[in-house]
Every structure is written in C-alpha cells, then in structure tokens.
Design a binder for this molecule. Sequence first.
Ligand code: ADP
Length: 453
Amino acid sequence: MSNTRLFRRSRLRLCLWYAGVMGVILSISGLGAYRALIRANWVAMEREIESIAGTLHDSVEPLLPPSADPTTVLRQLFPELCLNQHRCNRKPTVIQRHTMGISDRDTYYIRLFNHRGKLLAFSPNQPPNLSPTFNPEPWQTISTTQGIRYRQFTIMLHSADANPNPETQRSSWGYLQIGRTLAPLDAENVRIQRILVSWLPLVLGLVIASSWWLSGLAMQPIYQSYRQQQQFTADAAHELRTPLASLLATVEAILRVTFSNPQDTHTMLRQIERQGRRLSHLIADLLQLTSLEQHSSSETFQPCCLNDLISDLSEEFLELATDSDIQLTYDIPKPLIYVLGNEPQLYRLVSNLIDNAIRYTPAGNSINVSLEKSDHTAVIQVTDTGIGIAPTEQAHIFDRFYRVNRDRSRHTGGSGLGLAIARAIATAHHGSLQVQSELGVGSTFTIRLPLRG
Ligand code: ADP
C-alpha cells in the first residue's frame, strides 16, 4: 500500500516536472511568436510609411518654390492641406491621389515645415492637439489624450533652386512629416493577446493531462521491474526456507532423540548433508544469475569449440540417461565450430538443457543433441520425446523460479532457476535460447550463438 503511494507520489512529481518544463517551453515559444508577430507588423508599418514618404518626397521636391513665402505655391500643390493660419480647402491634389490613393486616406496625415521648423501646412486629419513645434527626430511615436497612438516619420526636403540663398547658405527647403494612426495595429495586438490568454488555460490543461499520461508511461517499466524484484525476493526467500526448515527439523530431531543405532544417526546426517547441498546449490544459482545479469562483459571471452563441448557433455550424461532408460544420441558435424565465449558458462547452458531433457522424459524415450552451422550462427538443439510443455507455459518457463508442475519439479530436484540461467548465459553471449514443444510429444530447445568473427 505504502509502495503504491510512493509510486503515485513519484508519478505526480514527474507529472509536475513535465508540466512545468513543457509549460515554460510553451510559454517562452508563445511569447517569442507573439513578439515576432508584433515586430513583423511594426516593421511592415514603418516600411509602408517610409515608402509613402519617399514617393511623396520625390514627387514634391522638384516643384518646391524657392521663395521664402511659399504659401501660393503650396496652395496649388496641396489644395487638400490646411495652410497654417489659413482656411482649409479639401480638394485632393494629383500628388496626393498618387501617393495616398494606395492607402486609406484617413490613416495617413502630412505636415510641412520650413527649414526653421515653422509649420507651413498640415492634413486636416492630423492627430488632435498635435504640437506645431517641429521635432527633428526621424521616427516619433505620439499618444493623444484618448490613448490613440501615432507613428510619424520626418524627411528633409531640398529646394530645386540652383542658387541657394547666400544669406542662409541653406540648401534645405524644409521638412515633410508623414504619420499614421497605430489604432488598427494596436487593435490587432490586443486581439492576439486575447487569443493567447484565452488559449492558455486550455493549453495548460492539455499539458497537464499529457504530462500525467506520459509520467504514467515512464513509471510503468520501473513499477514492473520493482514488482519483479519483489516477486524474486519472495520466491528466493520461499525457496531457501523449505530446505532450511527441513534441515532444522532434522537437527532438532537428532538433538531430542538419542539414537542407539549409529546407522540411524548416519541416515539423519546424510539427510542434513542433502538439504545443505540443496541450499548451497540454490545460493550458487542465485549468485550466478545475479552476476550474469550484472556483468555481461564479453572482454574475457575465449574461442570455444562447440564440437568438443557437445561430445563431452553427451558422454557425461550418457550414464544418467542409460540409468533412466533413455536413449541419448548426438550429431556433430566434422568441421569444427568455434564461438567466442566463457567455456564453463557454455557448459552450464547446454548441460542444463540435457539435464532437463533427461528429467522430463519418461523411460523408453530418446534425446538427441545436435550441432550445426547456419549463416554466421552456431545452432545447438536438444530434442526430446518427453512430456512436452503446454503453449501457455512456454512463455513462462524462462522466468526465475517458474516451474510447470511444482511438486513434480521439486521431486526431480529442480529449483526453477535452470532455464533462467540458461537464457541469461545465451543472452550474455549475444545469442538466444528458444523452445518449441508440444504437450505429450516432446520439446526442442534451440540455442543460437554468433560464430567467432
Ligand atoms: P527446474 O529446475 O524446475 O527444472 P527449469 O528452469 O530448468 O527449472 O525449468 C522450468 C520448467 O520448465 C520446469 O519446471 C519444467 O516443467 C519445464 N521444462 C524444462 N525443460 C523441459 C523439458 N525438456 N521437457 C518438459 N518440460 C521442461
């Protein structure tokens, strides 16, 4: 229960981390995209003002009057502009139609200053309460009391007069200011901000939900491995407890009863020895399994001749097979087959399979061990005509402590670690161990090992 709580708390913490990191990344990206969009709109707006100002400048400059009082000429040039301290006339000029026609006529305004910065003329739609004092800054942003912003660009105008005024020595005629309202741009910015703000809770919700799901996925293998570890510890404890309990019971019996016959004492001691050996084997198996899973280094591998290994083991098990009335044969090809490996481990791998085959094959049947070369792989097969394994059991027989029939297996001396060790050895040698079996017909265990390069 407390472990479940621990896993749930870890999942929650992982989820919060995911959500936090993803939330920060998304917020930074959103902010970056928002700023890039605003910047792009701003740059486009400034370019438009500059381009209109340039066109107007090029169209107006050749027509500018050289005189100090340009009122009459300006009236002809810009009939739509209001001349400072004169009444406004609102007929559009050719120049204005040309330059302003492309844009909204109300969006832009124009102001003309002489070279001393005195306001000469202005559009009637210029921002209200705009100061008539000249500011030479090329770019300016102005805000009205109503909060409407304007962006304004100032460009110098030069007179077409070939002989500039010797008194002033100024070649500049004056300044042209062109500006536009930023209201549509500001409205667009507010619209984008609103979209971002309204999407934020939804996106955050999605981030949290996906984080919860992802953290669950990430925790799954850890949880599974934890459960396996727990199961392994429980199984190991159980397996150790049985021989230990039997051993203690025998010792207690010896202590309680005084045996007059030395033969009885001997039998009891043999029993203790058997249980002790069983315990010792079990612990050795557990240690080997752990060491195989922890250090699967192939640095210490040596060339091993599989032909010798199979013939040695077959000879070794011949007596046991004969005692069980089982015919044990082997097929080894003439050419020697070498693999890189740890010889004692490879002996253990094949002997586990032959030992199992003898244990799970009834008298009168046969076992065959074969070796062959296929592509770049050495293939060893241990085939018996024994009891076979049901398809549902085949997936589990390589699990640690798994036994198909516990009672029978214990009776035959098995601890359920044999095939787990065999598969761990095959894996450590970059090979595989598979089973094909039919209940009541027999089994074939196939080892595949890569040949020595
Ligand atoms: P054990 O030490 O109990 O034999 P193993 O890991 O070697 O454990 O085998 C796991 C189980 O697989 C055994 O309990 C047995 O039921 C089954 N098994 C293994 N080899 C054979 C075989 N050749 N024929 C039938 N069943 C087998």
